[in-house]
Design a protein around this ligand. Structure first.
Ligand code: NG1
Length: 410
């Protein structure tokens, strides 16, 4: 067999499901950690994610009709088959095949004459872990379909299209994950700006280390976490409307209709928090305070990253976690514990990453302190819980990786 960048077990799975001839394309689509800027992308505020070297991997063979057949190596993900069109009826809510349909339907609406494909896929990303396995799948499928049809693609328009497309699955998500997955540059994190989408690579200093630690509970965005997530998007809108009304009345107009970004362009975050406290209370005040202070932390974190100032960067990460825990209320006891252990073990900062409500934490540490952090997480969190599978599935270092790619096989 000629050498292939795809693992042999994926080739075997493809042959078992679909027989000869061999697949023609291999797609690799990365997950991400979000360094900072959590739950603000859907408010059109900038975020700072980094693609990592764990991927959804797809072997693809073009078809001469409009069928899409797909098999996953992951346990519990049954094969799926449907016909490509601009109106694809969804599977029941929570079915993994809806991520496949989301990408295919969106592209079928945009491009005439697309034909289907057969594909086998696997993933080196933990599922429902806040590492964006869902968008890695959506972008991976989009590239499989485009590649199978010999179409070219550009990261920005593809990411914009797929951010909208993924809402087919029922989550009213922002566009961070699709953007970093499609547009990441190796060795860098990216500042992602929205409306219009822009991706600006920011180099990651070579002696910074990012520790990813799974809380061992899933952030099931196709289940209860989806309702919480969607409710937060509504709460953010309500809080914004009330503050805009107030600012309009007090003569600070110009911000009406321009959203959180407009507010932050006119007022420093600290002042906005004070204004918010006059017109909001309870949950809405808390959500508002998280959004505006998190946006401010993103700007400062980008400056710290560019200046290789790991101490300031770490402080901002830890402050972000406190805000997500207390004001946005999307942490969990296990995530708080992971963050606490990492900080006590010498990480300069730590926080939950992604949507929260389970999933992973990240910690940042200088290279010379990282072994201590890994060791304490292992002994204090994982050893007592004895999770199934190798420890490296739950606790690992993340390096800044490049974006999704399509490779032709010989
Ligand atoms: P994850 O962690 O992949 O569930 C979700 C959203 C992001 C962003 C983060 C919170 C999707 C596909 N992803 O990510 O847009 O809002 O939560 O910052 O909805």
């Amino acid at each position: 067999m000629p050498t292939s960048p795809a693992p042999p077990e994926l080739h075997s799975a493809f042959a078992t499901h679909f027989g000869a001839p061999a697949p023609a394309l291999f797609v690799r689509s990365p997950g991400r950690i979000n360094l900072i800027g959590e739950h603000i992308d859907y408010n059109n505020l900038s975020v700072l994610p980094m693609a990592i070297g764990r991927h959804v991997r797809v072997l693809v063979r073009p078809r001469t009709d409009t069928k899409v057949r797909i098999a996953s190596l992951a346990h519990g993900f049954e094969p799926r088959e449907f016909v490509l069109s601009g109106e694809i009826p969804p599977y029941p809510v929570g079915d993994w095949g809806n991520y496949v349909k989301a990408a295919v339907q969106a592209l079928a609406r945009e491009h005439d004459g697309l034909l289907g494909f057969d594909a086998a896929l696997d993933s080196t990303l933990p599922v429902a872990a806040g590492l964006s396995s869902s968008s890695a799948l959506v972008i991976g499928i989009a590239l499989a379909l485009l590649g199978a049809n010999g179409r070219t693609w550009n990261p920005i328009p593809l990411a914009e299209m797929m951010a909208k497309a993924e809402r087919y699955t029922g989550t009213q998500g922002g566009g961070m994950d699709q953007a970093i997955c499609a547009g990441a540059v190796e060795g860098t994190a990216s500042r992602v700006d929205f409306a219009p989408l822009r991706i600006t690579p920011v180099p990651v200093p070579s002696d910074w280390r990012f520790v990813v630690a799974h809380s061992l509970s899933r952030a099931e965005k196709s289940g209860g976490a989806q309702q919480t997530y969607n409710r937060r998007t509504v709460e953010c809108r309500e809080a914004l409307e009330r503050v805009e009304e107030r600012i309009g009345r007090s003569g600070r107009s110009g911000s009406r209709g321009t959203g959180y970004r407009g507010l932050l362009a006119e007022c420093p975050a600290a002042e906005l928090v004070e204004i918010g406290a006059e017109v909001l209370d309870g949950d809405l005040l808390k959500r508002f305070r998280h959004v505006v202070t998190e946006a401010d932390r993103v700007s400062r974190a980008e400056v710290a990253l560019r200046a290789s100032d790991v101490a300031t960067f770490g402080e901002l990460l830890s402050a972000s976690h406190v805000s997500l825990r207390d004001d946005y209320e999307v942490s969990s006891p296990a995530l708080d514990e992971l963050v606490g252990i990492a900080e006590r073990a010498g990480a300069v900062g730590a926080r939950l990453t992604g949507a929260g409500m389970g999933g992973c934490s990240i910690a940042v540490a200088p290279a010379n302190a990282v072994e201590g952090v890994l060791d304490r997480l292992r002994t204090e969190f994982y050893v007592p819980r004895a999770p199934e599978g190798p420890l490296g599935d739950h606790l690992f270092l993340a390096d800044p990786a490049g974006g999704a790619r399509v490779m032709q096989l010989d």
